[in-house]
Design a binder for this molecule. Structure first.
Ligand code: SF4
Length: 348
């Protein structure tokens, strides 16, 4: 075990990436990065993290911000529950003695949004407290090193790996060790093609077939399709305001296409994309059209120039971007371009 730690730490000292939350690893910065990195790639998180730290530089700034502002800053990262939990965490932290997170992983787990993994990550990375933090990357590395053949959909398999991770914890450099294990999973021990020849654990690892370890039984995905309406009148797009519809209750949304109330237009052309939400894979089409009769009272006509300011679900924002000829990848609609894009779309 000590060989594994020393090799890993030596590798981390020379190979670690320069990530913004590593430059000034305050408990706040570490917590923000950990919330953002759940189910989201590092490259996607970096610009969001940098903007977030400028806008909400500490717990107090985040705690006093309106929820709509916090959700808007999170827009495009997905899984908005994380933003609400982080906001709720800030409000709890500013009320704590000293206005800071506790160091103890057990006390951390009492706070909103902090489970066993996040508690271990914050305690070790931010406070240098010896604590295990087992995320997907760490599970993969340890499953391969220790040749764990069990199914990771089963709690017993996860518990065995958690016990191995706990047994590896030492007082020496807990912050670097936690990050090193995560970094190895992110850069070297990749899910499909691990770079075993470059790995510092090469001589210690069981190196099973990466297609078989870690084993995870598949969850069933349900496929759906939906058609959404693009109806523009007098420079305004009809949208459902927040508080309506079963999905994304806090967001402005494109309305669902209704055959009985809408008439398809020949131009511009429909656009589409596929997105995932929980266990669904949804093929969405944005259909241009007009009203067959009076518009629905729960819809609002929003000036196109104002779309960049609204909180929109990422798939809807991307569809609108595609309809307007924007790339839809930048995370934000470009408000000044919107009016010009509409004119171009109408003339095409
Ligand atoms: S030797 Fe290969 S399988 Fe083992 S930890 Fe390193 S990269 Fe992963």
């Amino acid at each position: 075990m000590d060989h594994l730690r020393s090799r890993l730490l030596a590798w981390f000292d020379r190979a670690q990436r320069d990530l913004p939350w590593r430059r000034h690893p305050s408990p706040y910065a570490v917590a923000v990065s950990e919330f953002m990195l759940q189910q989201t790639q590092v490259a996607t998180v970096i610009p969001y993290f940098n903007r977030w730290m400028q806008r909400f530089p500490d717990w107090s700034a985040l705690a006093t911000a309106p929820e709509s502002t916090v959700l808007k800053a999170w827009e495009g990262l997905g899984y908005y529950r994380r933003a609400r939990l982080l906001h709720g965490l800030a409000q709890r932290v500013v009320a704590l003695p000293g206005g800071e997170l506790p160091r103890d992983p057990v006390a951390l787990r009492e706070l909103p949004g902090i489970g066993p993994y996040t508690a271990g990550a914050i305690a070790s990375i931010a406070f240098d407290v010896p604590a295990a933090a087992v995320d997907g990357n760490v599970e993969r590395v340890l499953a391969r090193v220790f040749d764990e053949r069990g199914d990771f959909a089963m709690p017993a398999t996860r518990a065995r790996i958690a016990a191995k991770a706990a047994a590896l914890v030492r007082d020496e450099r807990p912050s670097a060790y936690t990050q090193a294990l995560m970094e190895l999973g992110a850069l070297v021990c990749l899910p499909r093609n691990p770079h075993c020849a470059l790995c510092p654990l090469h001589a210690l690892c069981a190196r099973p077939d990466p297609a078989r370890v870690p084993k995870k039984s598949r969850t069933t995905t349900t496929r759906e399709s939906e058609t959404l309406a693009w109806i523009v009148e007098e420079g305004g797009l009809f949208l459902q305001p927040p508080g309506t519809g079963p999905r994304w209750p806090d967001f402005w949304k494109l309305p669902v296409w209704e055959e009985s109330m809408m008439v398809p237009a020949d131009a511009p052309r429909p656009v589409g994309l596929t997105y995932g939400i929980t266990r669904y894979r949804v093929a969405a089409t944005l259909q241009p059209g007009s009203w067959a009769r009076a518009s629905q009272p729960e819809l609002c006509r929003v000036p196109l120039e104002a779309l960049g300011e609204l909180l929109l679900p990422a798939p809807h924002r991307k569809l609108i971007g595609r309809m307007l000829g924007q790339d839809g990848k930048s995370g934000q609609l470009q408000a000044p371009v919107v009016a010009g894009s509409l004119a171009k779309a109408a003339n095409d």
